[in-house]
Ligand binder design. Structure first.
Ligand code: ADE
Ligand code: ZN
Length: 326
């Protein structure tokens, strides 16, 4: 059920979602069977029982391991279409989704086949689910910057319909500067740019992706709240932050939903949006994230209206589509 606000359906736009984070245990098992992949879990319930994470790293290990079931373009198409269908049911009318392309090419899959599987599902989303969409290919921060650059070059050379480049995975090791060439190349080719920062890493990481990678949005960014000067800058420059409250609780960045800074961030004037991140693993799609967060933080209509407005403002769409989403 999508939260209803003054007759307006919330949410409308989702800007922070990893397609691989939508792999439901049932789909993991059916793809494993189709592809002859052995799973180290007894059954769907056994897999689901492992969704209790100590931190980002322990989540990433399971998330990456389950990607082994994705073998063909058809698998990527099916995963993408299943998400779009669920998102449409949540009231989402526009989604910009992440794909960890390097995690798949690193397992020997062809980039063109992976991209084709995803983009064919996205291309059909307006007709099939009444939902527009865009693809953001992520580079993985735990891999070398040189490989990120090669990935961006391959995406450009393939001419795939890609909206932008993102960066995710563990935030605590590599420096943003390692990825400057990849983001510079993306910018030179008109690709939009975003990066995960300030999720587990400090506020300085948020400043670094803005200054060094020249990103247009920041994914998470919650730890920016530890630096009042940075908050002022983010407010002044209207930098969108794609916040994922349920994810932050499930990965132990925040103790409980009632402790989450989202409401304080909105009240500080930050351009905050609300998102699901990896809904299959965290047990909440966007409608459920909105409902739970609204209840835990006692958000009022003005907060919900701001979240909806911020997401429409922050989407990488043309003016015609932005007006339709308003
Ligand atoms: N990849 C998938 N989900 C992620 C998250 N919450 N943080 C960093 N990388 C991710
Ligand atoms: Zn994320």
């Amino acid at each position: 059920r999508a939260a209803i606000l003054d007759g307006m359906q919330m949410p409308v736009v989702e800007l922070h979602l990893h397609l691989e984070g939508t792999l439901e245990p049932e789909l993991v098992f059916s793809l494993a069977e189709r592809n002859g992949v052995d799973l180290p879990y007894a059954d769907v319930d056994d897999l689901r029982s492992r969704f209790a994470f100590a931190d980002l790293q322990s989540f990433l290990e399971l998330y990456n391991a389950n990607m082994a079931v994705l073998r063909t373009g058809a698998d990527f198409h099916e995963m993408t279409d299943a998400y779009l269908s669920r998102a449409a049911a949540a009231g989402v009318r526009h989604a910009e989704v992440f794909l960890d392309l390097q995690a798949h090419t690193g397992r020997g899959l062809r980039a063109a086949e992976v991209l084709d599987g995803v983009t064919s599902a996205l291309a059909a989303s307006r007709e099939k689910h009444d939902l527009t969409s865009g693809l953001i290919v992520t580079v993985l921060r735990h891999l070398p910057g040189r490989e990120a650059l090669e990935t961006v070059r391959e995406v450009i050379d393939l001419g795939a319909p890609v909206l932008g480049i993102g960066m995710c995975s563990t935030e605590l090791t590599a420096h943003a500067a390692d990825f400057a060439p990849a983001f510079q190349l993306a910018r030179a080719h008109g690709l939009r740019r975003t990066a995960h920062a300030g999720e587990e890493g400090p506020a300085q990481n948020v400043a670094d992706v803005l200054d060094i990678l020249r990103v247009e949005r920041v994914d998470h960014g919650v730890r920016a709240m530890e630096d009042p000067d940075l908050v002022r800058r983010l407010v002044d420059e209207r930098v969108p932050l794609t916040v994922c409250p349920v994810s932050n609780v499930r990965l132990k960045g925040v103790e409980t939903l009632a402790d989450h800074p989202l409401r304080r961030m909105l009240d500080a004037g930050l351009v905050v949006t609300i998102n699901s991140d990896d809904p299959a693993y965290f047990g909440a799609y966007l409608d459920e994230v909105v409902d739970r967060t609204t209840e835990a933080l006692d958000l009022g209509p003005h907060h919900l209206r701001a979240l909806a407005r911020n997401a429409v403002e922050s989407a990488w769409v043309d003016d015609a589509r932005r007006n339709e989403l308003r």
